[in-house]
Write a protein that binds this ligand. Structure first.
Ligand code: MRU
Length: 343
């Protein structure tokens, strides 16, 4: 299936991204030609969504290798170690970032090669990860599509679409493929406060793809479920622990509890790069806390008195017992079968 948007594109000596902070007002593409610019773009949500963060960070590290000030092996390695620490400190929750950097790190550290050869291998690996993510999205879409029946009404949270990956997304991929097969799916989209990834990004790409989408405020989901208007929930994930506990955008847990109460299936769609089997359960997943201004403002407009206390966790943890199944590129698995997946 044709991609909805070219979220990121490697241009040989820079990374081109669509700047998501301007969406849906403006479709603006920007050039990131240093690791510092990539770091800033990830931190400020110009590029976001776990798989896209992982890919952008990897290309960022590649840029650091390409722009290294020395070809002396020892000094090159020191510069790379610093660059790895820097890019890893960008955002803590999405495992894809650590997965991507880990793959490059093993090239850097295990190699008997000179800096130029290391850089070349890193570039090949980045391109490979990009292609893998693209294919994973399609496979997730195919497995997920088989769950969707004609006429279904699906709720999603945040943005786990094309804008969050190099392909057609994770949670939205089944919806795109169902539409292509002629199934009529209605998607209810949580606006997703504080920074409105649902309203701004998911609505933008669903509309672009011609999918029937209805925007709701986050606090409306329970009422819709009570009214029998939701058949199924699909969200993405930022990090999945070994037992299936899942970190995703703040508000996901509330929806999972609501879905469980109303006996509505709750699916999480994610590729291998999001699974962190080194963490036994959700208590070990690092949660990002973001700037108070995100809560205090909506699209730049102040919405509360100046001196209020603010709490802004960017993600929450949905316990595995609230998750019906994971839709992965290898098939659909219930949480108790996760460790059996042959990725
Ligand atoms: O803060 P964000 O916009 O990076 O959060 C994104 C999400 O929570 C997505 O649901 C998740 O990364 C999956 S993207 C395929």
């Amino acid at each position: 299936m044709e991609q909805i948007v070219k979220t990121l594109k490697w241009k040989g000596n820079y990374l081109q991204i669509i700047d998501q902070s301007f969406l849906p007002i403006k479709e603006k593409y920007i050039k990131l030609d240093t690791i510092e610019k990539v770091y800033d773009a990830i931190k400020t949500l110009k590029i976001r969504g776990a798989p896209a963060i992982g890919l952008a960070a990897s290309f960022g590290l590649l840029l650091a290798a390409k722009k290294a000030s020395t070809m002396d092996k020892k000094r090159f390695m020191d510069e790379m170690a610093k660059a790895i620490r820097f890019i890893k400190s960008c955002r803590p929750t999405a495992f894809n970032l650590f997965y991507g950097i880990g793959r490059l790190q093993s090239i850097i550290e295990n190699s008997q090669l000179d800096p130029q050869q290391i850089t070349k291998k890193m570039e090949d690996e980045c391109k490979k990860m990009f292609e893998e993510d693209l294919k994973s999205c399609t496979s997730i879409g195919e497995y997920g599509e088989s769950i969707l029946k004609d006429g279904m009404r699906v709720l999603t949270h945040c943005n786990a679409g094309g804008l969050a990956t190099s392909g057609i997304g994770t949670a939205l991929a089944p919806i795109y493929l169902a539409k292509r097969k002629g199934k009529e799916i209605t998607v209810f989209v949580d606006e997703t406060r504080p920074v409105l990834q649902g309203a701004r990004l998911t609505m933008w790409e669903l509309k672009k793809a011609g999918v029937k989408a209805i925007l709701i405020c986050d606090n409306m989901a329970g009422f819709l479920m009570q009214q029998g208007k939701i058949d199924l929930v699909i969200t993405g994930a930022d990090r999945i622990a070994k037992n299936g506990d899942t970190a995703n955008k703040i508000g996901t847990y509330s929806i999972a509890v609501l879905a469980n109460y109303h006996k509505i299936p709750f699916y999480v769609a994610a590729p291998y790069s999001t699974f962190d089997f080194s963490i036994s359960d959700g208590s070990g997943i690092p949660i990002e806390y973001r700037d108070r201004e995100e809560v205090k403002r909506i699209m730049g407009q102040v919405i509360s008195p100046d001196d209020v206390d603010i709490y802004n966790p960017a993600f929450d943890i949905t316990p595995h017992n609230l998750i019906t199944a994971f839709i992965t590129e290898k098939g659909v698995f219930s949480p108790d079968l996760l460790t059996n997946i042959n990725f």
